[in-house]
Design a protein around this ligand. Structure first.
Ligand code: UT7
Length: 325
């Protein structure tokens, strides 16, 4: 049966130049390189300059992805930006990136699912591309979490970083089998009962302030491993695949211990896992496309391979996608 698939035709990323090491943070709050590395695996993170809002960080990743794809930007008729740190309450950061790319056709909008945002955005783009609603989509995860961190709170300020990653997707014919190139499955979930475990304590519609990130880390950790394993099990049930079939597992990069525990639960060996958390920290919606871009650029992820992504974030939200690269 001939169907449409969303194929990844380009991938790119951008990291702000400034690197903040654990030692630098230890000089500001009561923490240590040893604690941060042991509990999270993070050694450093990138922080955007004052004149680098999320739209600029996202634009640079988008330009890299478009160059990698080798297409004219005007071919793109759908732009979705996953971000929890938009430049403004409105308009959407996606429209700013659209304008900067010189694109005036199609639609551009933001998706808000915090750390799961890239998976939600990818799932949304896939629906448009596979139903004929768009022909070429740019899906961007872009964040400047440094701006919503309470730099006095050692329990959160050591965890996050800034950056962006992007993919270009094109609708292309497939046979409807797992051998097709493109997005093969997506699963997204949310459960708003857990709002207080991970949230920002301000907003345009409530406090009229931006607010700071607050998190009950242990609780989030506990739910993360369970929810991530659940969403991937749905993928395995739907496809008949197992952890041994996955060429590259590219999880949301929040904590090395969560990544390892999830890979173990799913039977995925650690040498098939792409890890960037040590150098990027948790970049929320940007973490998966940043990791995809790195492993794509250095030749680990090759065309035709099976790539599994998953994420969990505030809300709670969580989800996964299986892609044949
Ligand atoms: O991307 C969205 C999803 N987010 C996540 O997935 C994050 C999930 N959670 C985590 O990654 C971990 O829970 C953390 C890394 C945030 C914390 O690790 P933990 O092993 O759960 O530590 P904890 O929160 O239970 O804290 C243990 C101790 C506490 O001290 P006491 O009460 O035992 O005396 C904390 O006050 O570590 C203390 N602590 C710190 N010590 C040094 C907390 N933060 C720090 C710090 N430096 N930065």
């Amino acid at each position: 049966m001939s169907i449409l698939r969303s194929q990844v035709v380009g991938c790119g990323s951008y990291l702000p130049a400034r690197i903040v090491t654990n030692a630098e943070l230890a000089a500001r709050v009561d923490t240590s390189d040893e604690w941060i590395v042991q509990r999270t695996g993070i050694r450093q993170r990138h922080v955007a300059a004052d004149d680098e809002p999320t739209s600029i960080v996202g634009l640079k990743a988008a330009q890299a992805a478009i160059t990698d794809a080798g297409i004219d930007p005007t071919e793109i008729d759908l732009i979705i930006v996953a971000t929890a740190t938009p430049d403004h309450t409105f308009p959407a950061t996606a429209t700013q990136i659209q304008a900067a790319l010189g694109i005036t056709g199609g639609a551009a909008f933001d998706v808000q699912a915090v750390c799961s945002g890239f998976v939600f955005a990818l799932a949304t783009a896939d629906k448009f591309l596979t139903t004929g609603g768009a022909r070429a989509a740019l899906v961007i995860g872009a964040e400047t979490f440094s701006r919503i961190l309470d730099w006095e709170d050692r329990a959160t300020c050591v965890l996050f970083g800034d950056g962006a990653g992007a993919v270009v997707l094109k609708a292309a014919p497939g046979e409807g089998t797992l051998a097709d190139r493109g997005i093969l499955t997506t699963h997204i979930r949310s459960d708003g009962r857990y709002k207080d475990k991970l949230y920002v304590d301000g907003g345009a519609g409530s406090t009229k302030t931006v607010g700071f990130l607050r998190m009950e880390g242990k609780e989030v950790f506990r739910h993360a491993v369970t929810n991530l394993a659940e969403t991937v099990r749905h993928t395995f049930e739907q496809t008949g695949l197992s952890g041994a079939d996955i060429d590259w597992f590219v999880p949301h990069q929040a904590n090395r211990r969560i990544i390892d525990a999830t890979a173990d639960k799913l039977g995925i060996s650690h040498d098939h896992v792409v890890v960037t958390v040590d150098r990027h920290g948790n970049t929320s919606a940007a973490s998966i496309p940043l990791a995809l871009a790195e492993a794509h650029a250095d030749g680990r992820i090759k065309q035709g391979q099976l790539v599994l992504i998953e994420a969990m974030g505030g809300g709670f939200t969580w989800g996964s996608a299986l892609i044949r690269w």
